[in-house]
Ligand binder design. Structure first.
Ligand code: ZN
Length: 145
């Protein structure tokens, strides 16, 4: 597969700090699995509890604190619903991630976070240019081959 790597300049370092804790990762993976939907803190807690594969069960106060921080970092967007409760959703562009995109149909696929981190480290070691970006790898998916 021929690959073209595009660097989209972003606050890579700042966003990576947001992935520090397990609880944050857990909340982020819940939001990512349900991208495009808005959730209240209570719904996030319930959603994570209902997911057997979730690695933790954060309390409402923990979720609230993490969500405020994610909003500050522009990873998550917040709005108020008709019951005057805060609702959160993941900002469309995933920060500091590597995605594989089919250049024919546009379908994209995210790479596992650990793999992303490894690739980013490698790139940092081999390049004099600091990587402060999202990476998009263009290719052709199985369907379009
Ligand atoms: Zn395709």
């Amino acid at each position: 597969m021929k690959m073209i790597i595009i660097f989209i300049f972003d606050k890579w370092g700042e966003n990576m700090a947001a992935y520090k804790t397990i609880q944050r990762t857990c909340i982020l993976s819940f939001l990512e699995a349900n991208i495009g939907q808005d959730f209240t803190v209570k719904q996030i807690v319930e959603g994570i509890q209902a997911d057997d594969s979730a690695c933790c069960a954060p309390s409402e106060s923990t979720v609230y604190r993490i969500m405020s921080d994610l909003v500050k970092r522009s990873i998550v967007r917040r709005k108020i619903n008709q019951d005057r409760e805060y609702q959160y959703r993941l900002t469309d562009q995933n920060p500091g991630k590597i995605s594989l995109r089919c250049k024919i149909c546009g379908k994209d696929q995210h790479i596992d976070e650990n793999v992303c981190n490894k690739i980013m480290d490698e790139l940092k070691n081999f390049s004099s240019i600091g990587i402060d970006a999202d990476i998009e790898i263009l290719g052709v998916c199985d369907k379009c081959k």
